[in-house]
Design a protein. Sequence first.
Length: 119
Amino acid sequence: MRSDQSKSRWWGSPPKQDFGQGVVKGRISFMPRRSIWKGSFFDAFLSRMQKKESVQNRQIWSRRSSISPEFVDCSVLIYNGKTPVRCQITEGKVGHKFGEFANTRRRRPSKKREIILAK
């Protein structure tokens, strides 16, 4: 980092930012990931699928799309690159991306190391 970047742009405390969700237990409850003027990303085919028929047990390949409130109480299959993963959409998942709930990497437990005591 350059020395001129490390200096604060404001005298005193920085300006307060309000993201519309308020403060929960001393921290911001919602932090936008994109510029506000861009809005959230949502593939058009997901909205067409929503209008055609129920989304129950539908496969979704668009991991980059944001979850909209229309998907609440639906069960969808999110593709992780190998197999689809079932995910129940709740109100807490609205605003997140579909890909956050289908891991693409295998979880492996850490190996326990044996401690050899020298006598």
